[in-house]
Each structure stands twice: as structure tokens, then as C-alpha cells.
Design a protein around this ligand. Structure first.
Ligand code: NAD
Length: 248
């Protein structure tokens, strides 16, 4: 029970890495809220949780919309009493070759993947600083590592690189009471990857030294580590969970 008596809010928690993290956190004793833009997805995961005997509180919202996020954060704190952990997991990728990429693609991607993290973190940090404790975990990607950007998703890669930078600045500015760290997953077996052509999936597996995709649970466990008291002296750091992909 590494999160006993803790409260946690996970963005983009209706499925994939976020949903798996929500279940793991609840199993470890946390009171968990999940925020997602897809109401239907939230309904589904709430039903799944109920069947497993897990209570999840769901919030419909868009991470990039400041007003929505501030009122959700207020609701969360009123209901749970405090916010100990924020996992900024919501993310999107729009694949289009460089010459076809649009300014709208860029704006949408940066709005969700980067500004969304700023908006949610700012709203949570106000409470965390008052409590004099808190943990924020930002989800980047191996695509955000300097030499790992990928064709077609240059805007995604740039947003994920910026998340690593933002984490370090937030860690300085919110110290000494709030720890801020990044988890950068490698290719992970979620809907985001399942929808890609077989050839690309094959290359992803070949590119990893461990010769497979990550299971969402393997990413969730790294997030749990940084959210737990085991990581109390870690801040501003990047934890790569990529089966060695970034060694290339
Ligand atoms: P996913 O697409 O399965 O889940 C993402 C969730 O975010 C969805 O439920 C979606 O509805 C939600 N979301 C999207 N836009 C939102 C918004 N504006 N506001 C609130 N919620 C929103 O993705 P996943 O594979 O579970 O990825 C989770 C995170 O991990 C993302 O940040 C992604 O970039 C990152 N990541 C994934 C992989 C991978 O291989 N799957 C690799 C590296 C990094």
C-alpha cells in the first residue's frame, strides 16, 4: 500500500497508460480521480473499476481549458480534502508528413501535450504549495529525447521534449515542497499504438533492445515509484522506461 491515504488525479485516465495507472494507484491505497475529455471512455472505465471493486471518481474535462481544470481541481480538493499526486498523462499524436503538417496540427498538439500540463500543474500546485507537499509526474515520451524524434510527428516530439524542460523548471520553482519528475515511456501497447500500421509496430519492437512493446503496467509502475515516498528525494528528473530503445 505505497499510496495509503494519498489522493491522486490522473489526466487522460479513461484508458491506456492513464487508466492502468489509476487501477494501480487504487490498489496501492490511493483515492483516485481520473480526468478525460471522452465521457464515454470514463463511463467504461468506471464500470470496469466497479467490477473489480475499485471506486474511481471521474471528471470530464479538457486539460488545456484553464477554467474547466480550475473548477475540477477545486471539486477534487473539496471532495478528497487535498491533492497529493497529479499525473499529467493526457496526450495526443497527429501523424502527417512534414510537408503536409498544418499549423492547426501543431497548435492542437502543443495545446494538449504541453500547455495542458502547465494548466493542470498550475491549478494543482496552488493547493500543493498550501499543503506544503505534493508530487507531479509529467508523461513525456522517448520521442522527446534529443535524437529520437520521429517522422510525421515532429510536433508531438517537440511537445514531449518541451515537457522534459518544463519539468525541470517546475521542479526548481515549486521546491522544496513539491517534487516534479518526468516519465518517458517507450512504445507501449495501448490504443495509441494499436491503431498504427503493422510495419511501424514491427519497427518499434525491433528498435527496442528488449524486443517487445512495453505493457501499460510497466509504465504505471514507474509512475507509482515517483508518486510514492520512495522517491521523496528525487525531483526534476527524467525516468526513461523504454526497453533500451533510446540507446540507439
Ligand atoms: P491513449 O490515447 O490510449 O490515452 C490518452 C488519453 O488521453 C485518452 O483517454 C484521451 O481521451 C485522453 N485525452 C486526449 N486529449 C485530452 C484532453 N485534451 N483532455 C483530457 N484528456 C485527453 O494514449 P496512451 O498510449 O495511454 O498514452 C498516454 C500518455 O503516454 C500520452 O501522453 C502519450 O503521449 C504518452 N506516451 C505513449 C506511448 C505509447 O507508446 N503508447 C509512448 C510514449 C509516450
Amino acid at each position: 500500500m505505497r499510496l495509503k491515504d494519498k489522493t491522486a488525479l490522473i489526466t487522460g485516465g479513461a484508458r491506456g497508460i492513464g487508466g492502468t495507472t489509476a487501477f494501480l494507484f487504487a490498489k496501492e491505497g490511493a483515492k483516485v480521480g481520473i480526468l478525460d475529455i471522452r465521457e464515454e471512455g470514463l463511463r467504461k472505465i468506471k464500470d470496469q473499476a466497479k467490477k473489480k471493486g475499485i471506486a474511481l471518481r471521474t471528471f470530464v474535462g479538457d486539460v488545456s481549458k484553464k477554467d474547466q481544470i480550475e473548477s475540477i481541481m477545486q471539486e477534487f480538493v473539496q471532495e478528497f480534502g487535498r491533492i497529493d499526486v497529479l499525473v499529467n498523462n493526457a496526450g495526443i499524436a497527429i501523424s502527417r508528413p512534414f510537408l503536409d503538417k498544418t499549423v492547426e496540427d501543431w497548435k492542437k498538439t502543443l495545446e494538449v501535450n504541453l500547455i495542458g500540463i502547465f494548466v493542470c500543474s498550475q491549478a494543482a500546485a496552488r493547493y500543493m504549495l498550501e499543503q506544503k507537499s505534493g508530487k507531479i509526474i509529467n508523461i513525456s515520451s522517448i520521442r522527446g529525447i534529443d535524437h529520437c524524434g520521429r517522422e510525421g510527428i515532429m510536433d508531438y516530439s517537440a511537445s514531449k521534449a518541451a515537457v522534459i524542460s518544463l519539468t525541470k523548471t517546475m521542479a526548481k520553482e515549486l521546491a522544496p515542497h513539491v517534487n516534479v519528475n518526468t516519465v518517458a515511456p517507450g512504445h507501449t501497447n495501448t490504443e495509441m499504438i494499436k491503431s498504427l500500421p503493422e510495419e511501424i509496430r514491427k519497427n518499434m519492437i525491433e528498435g527496442s533492445y528488449l524486443k517487445r512493446l512495453a505493457k501499460p503496467q510497466e509504465i504505471a509502475k514507474a509512475i507509482l515509484f515517483l508518486a510514492s515516498n520512495d522517491a521523496d528525494f528525487i525531483t526534476g528528473q527524467l525516468l526513461l522506461v523504454d526497453g533500451g530503445f533510446s540507446l540507439k
